[in-house]
Design a protein. Structure first.
Length: 266
């Protein structure tokens, strides 16, 4: 299933994204309930996907990110983040950094070097702690697409990444959550990032240094994850600057595309 969070007029809710078998046009069918909390039912109310505004598919309490998880990205960023590490590199983005799949990304006036980083993201299904890798699938609700926007000059200057990763709008998510996908399939997806229509990143989740079960096991060894929390799995090589007026599109095969225009801070 594809589960979206959307706004229609003054109403905000969850819905199933479905394609009409004859026309191929996509619709969103409104759901009763929260997909991460209890049962959900289809109300029978349906709207064209083009007529609603897609929001971030979840409102996480935190976004947990894995750094330096593709060898080619480690190599290109060695002067900023150093060499690969035996254990995963973990950092957090605040919930206030999350924005929708087509919302603008604000280029802060404080930074002179804001980069895109396309990533596969996991959405957590239930409270979990100390999850062994063989049970990782039991705590993953689904998968979505993310852009781990980064103020690279601050990352270089601060030596830790909170400010560089934490600005408002620095975590576009969406366009929906894809459920029912096994970990094996999720670890064999092509990820592409385009800047104004030109491909800048192209990698495969099969190249993750620390695979999805390893990430879940490591993060939950010291942190409780809650329903709706999001885990970003890392970015492949090809990161680079994006400027006001440009559009960044991140696509993960089978999951969809997010498109965000960069705008200057007022």
């Amino acid at each position: 299933m594809r589960i979206a969070r959307f706004a229609s007029g003054d109403d905000v809710g969850f819905g199933l994204v479905e394609s009409d078998g004859e026309s191929g046009e996509e619709y969103v069918s409104r759901l009763n309930g929260h997909p991460l909390i209890g049962d959900i039912t289809v109300t029978g109310e349906r709207a064209k996907l083009a007529d609603v505004r897609l929001l971030s598919p979840v409102l996480p309490t935190k976004v947990v990110c894995i750094g330096k998880n593709y060898a080619d990205h480690v190599a290109e960023m060695a002067d900023v983040t150093g060499e690969a590490t035996e254990e995963p590199v973990v950092f957090l983005k605040p919930s206030t950094s999350v924005c929708g799949p087509y919302d603008p990304v604000i280029h802060p006036s404080l930074s002179q070097e804001v980069h895109y980083e396309g990533e596969l993201a996991l959405v957590i299904s239930r409270p979990c702690r100390q999850v062994p890798r063989e049970r990782a699938k039991d705590v993953i609700f689904g998968y979505t697409v993310a852009n781990d926007v980064t103020a690279r000059d601050f990352q270089r200057k601060d030596k830790q990444w909170t400010r560089a990763k934490g600005f408002d709008t620095f975590c576009p998510l969406g366009p929906w959550i894809t459920t029912g996908m096994g970990i094996e399939e999720a670890q064999n997806l092509t990820l592409t990032t385009e800047l104004d229509g030109h491909t800048r990143q192209r990698g495969s989740t099969s190249s993750l240094i620390h695979d999805i079960p390893a990430v879940i096991e490591y993060v939950t060894s010291f942190m409780t994850l809650l329903p709706g929390d999001v885990v970003l799995t890392g970015t492949p090589a090809g990161v680079g600057p994006m400027e006001p007026g440009q559009e960044v599109a991140v696509t993960v095969d089978s999951l969809g595309t997010i498109r965000n225009r960069v705008v200057a801070q007022d």
